[in-house]
Design a binder for this molecule. Sequence first.
Ligand code: DGI
Ligand code: FE
Ligand code: FE
Length: 194
Amino acid sequence: MKKNDAINAVEPCLTKPRFEHTLRVAETAVKLAEVHHVSSEKAELASIFHDYCKYRSLDEMRKIIETSYLPNDLLLYHHELWHGPVASIKIEEEFGITDDEIKSAIYYHTTGRANMSDLELIVFIADYIEPGRSFPGLEEVRNMAKHDLIRTAWMISRNTINYLMEKQNGIYPDTFHAYNDLTRLLHGGSKFEK
Ligand code: DGI
Ligand code: FE
Ligand code: FE
């Protein structure tokens, strides 16, 4: 699917600020893809669709989770976690996007998971560091993204878990799996367990 067709498909489904966020994520992801030698076409398409289902009704998303291969345990957690997995299904159904790398970068953009591909890392990171975001500590994460995708994703995972715990929110298992896996990659298995 061409970039402009994707943008035109997504725009009517999003609010203006969310659409602008989407364009900034795509731009950020393309830059990261170039630096880290990942397909910038895939990074761009995955980013354009990453929040495609953000405003689907909860009933529609619930039904899709119940009747597709998506794991039902998503329903036990905050509905904020549903839009990525649901979008990975919808883009295939509606636009014939079957590329598993693109689909899983969209699927896991909110939580991450263990064993993330470079494309998954890039969309996960771009969503967090795009230039419209601003909060303490973000500059450090932005600078790291130019050099080290693993360390950057680890910082994001750590920040997200800290934030969720502070708010006394539930934490989806993949969010922890991402953090643990990235910690092992950074520090090695044995050290991690000490
Ligand atoms: O869709 P965006 O707003 O661009 O960003 P996103 O899809 O990364 O995340 C949406 C929210 O989901 C964000 O506030 C953090 C939250 N989140 C991430 N992991 C978890 C989570 N919320 C819960 N309850 N549990 C998680 O594991
Ligand atoms: Fe999102
Ligand atoms: Fe987003």
